[in-house]
Design a protein around this ligand. Structure first.
Ligand code: FES
Ligand code: FES
Length: 158
């Protein structure tokens, strides 16, 4: 089938098999290897992408379900050569260790802060509950979310 979608601001049109998974389309056909595959069954969050601004697990989506949608992967989060404020906060707080969970985690945080720019610690924990990290013990990640939220609020027009 012929599939047309927008990925990281660019319109893409390509031929895909009806049973092709979104994670394979993004990683293999489009070379967006920032999309990670951990469990492959919807439990780890490593494959998180934004579809029309909402977090989705690309290992559980068919490529065909992205037809006409706007997809953002970690590669499209910030202009080339720059970091998104959430990426910068992760670095500043030591929340990136092996980095495998980071793309999905960061996209989940971007969506969380879009919904609530001042989330409580409990809401941060809830917002990240679908993203597993085997390295950090989560403390630095939560610190990074709070730091990013502070920057976001400071930058918001008053
Ligand atoms: S790879 Fe998709 S949730 Fe784990
Ligand atoms: S930094 Fe290694 S899995 Fe999270």
């Amino acid at each position: 089938m012929r599939l047309r979608l927008t990925v990281n601001g660019e319109t893409r049109e390509l031929e895909v098999a009806p049973d092709r998974r979104a994670v394979d389309l993004l990683r293999e056909d489009l070379g967006l290897t920032g999309v990670k595959e951990g469990c492959g069954v919807g439990e780890c969050g490593a494959c998180t992408i934004l579809v029309d601004g909402a977090t989705r697990l690309s290992c559980l989506l068919l490529a065909a379900q992205l037809a006409g949608r706007e997809v953002t992967t970690i590669e499209g989060l910030a202009p080339a050569g720059q970091l998104h404020l959430v990426q910068q906060a992760f670095i500043d707080c030591g929340a990136v260790q092996c980095g495998f969970c980071s793309p999905g985690m960061i996209l989940a945080v971007v969506e969380l802060l879009r919904r609530d720019p001042a989330p409580s610690r409990a809401l941060i924990l809830e917002g990240l509950s679908g993203n597993l990290c085997r390295c950090t013990g989560y403390h630095m990640i939560i610190d990074a979310v709070e730091a990013a939220a502070r920057v976001l609020r400071a930058e918001a027009p008053s």
